[in-house]
Design a protein around this ligand. Structure first.
Ligand code: F6R
Length: 241
């Protein structure tokens, strides 16, 4: 794992946006695996700015998101489809037909997992997968477990994730209890992985990620077995190392 030290959130965002931008320049019809959450917002702002300036062209880019809450449709302001439209897709010249997020309103969970797995496969592999990291080490919504789940699956969110995500809902009772997520196998199949972390709250898990063993209780630890992973973290997130 290559570790890139950023000064602060802004610097982390620019550095990560530079890597995504280079990927798009090198392969204009690349497949980007994308994440939601607070951490990538600055990255999406930066990419939007470069696209507006005419330095970046999303017209051929294809995207596949990591996860979605079960029960929320794409119009719900806390759904990940809504987040992606608002923070990136509605602001750049991407063809929305080429953007994919699991369907939180699917009637049959098993069929939705299989459908989304086929979507990922049909894209011919992810060129660059962007990841954040949960305080408990989750990537996508692969929560701490005693196994690494391979493929897209429906997952019950842990109390710590529900707690962390409740800041975005009116009350904790409104936070969905389940989500669809890409599996560890699909994430690990990406050609290159870019993981970003910012702030003091992430310092303990970043230390565990870098110094701890590979184990499913810390899902992100599996990234050590991937041959092309870049971690961009700011001073605060690296402060316990
Ligand atoms: C969301 C996702 C999650 C987040 C993680 C960190 O699509 O994949 O794994 O990356 O929960 O979230 P933030 O960035 O809000 O700290």
């Amino acid at each position: 794992m290559r570790i890139v030290r950023a000064r602060d959130y802004k610097d982390m965002s620019r550095k990560a946006a530079n890597i995504i931008s280079a990927q798009i320049i090198l392969k204009n019809d690349c497949v980007l695996g994308l994440a939601t959450g607070s951490t990538p917002i600055g990255i999406y702002d930066t990419l939007t700015h470069w696209c507006e300036k005419g330095d970046l062209d999303f017209s051929q880019v294809k995207t596949v998101n990591l996860d979605e809450y079960v029960g929320l449709d794409g119009c719900h302001d806390q759904s990940y489809r809504y987040f992606m439209n608002k923070n990136l897709f509605d602001r750049v010249n991407i063809n929305k037909d080429n953007t994919h997020v699991p369907n939180g309103k699917a009637e049959n969970a098993q069929e939705e997992c299989e459908r989304y797995h086929r979507v990922i496969e049909s894209m011919g592999g992810i060129d660059l997968q962007l990841l954040g990291i949960g305080n408990n080490g989750h990537i996508g919504f692969n929560e701490p477990s005693d196994v690494f789940e391979e493929k897209v699956h429906k997952v019950e969110l842990t109390e710590s994730t529900i707690q962390a995500n409740s800041r975005l809902f009116d009350s904790i009772d409104e936070v969905p209890r389940y989500a669809y997520t890409m599996g560890i196998g699909e994430i690990m199949s990406a050609k290159r992985i870019l993981i970003v972390a910012s702030g003091k709250a992430k310092a303990p898990i970043v230390k565990e990620l870098i110094e701890g063993p590979v184990r499913p209780e810390v899902p992100a630890s599996i990234l050590k077995f991937h041959s092309d992973v870049i971690l961009i973290a700011d001073e605060e997130a690296l402060s316990l190392l």
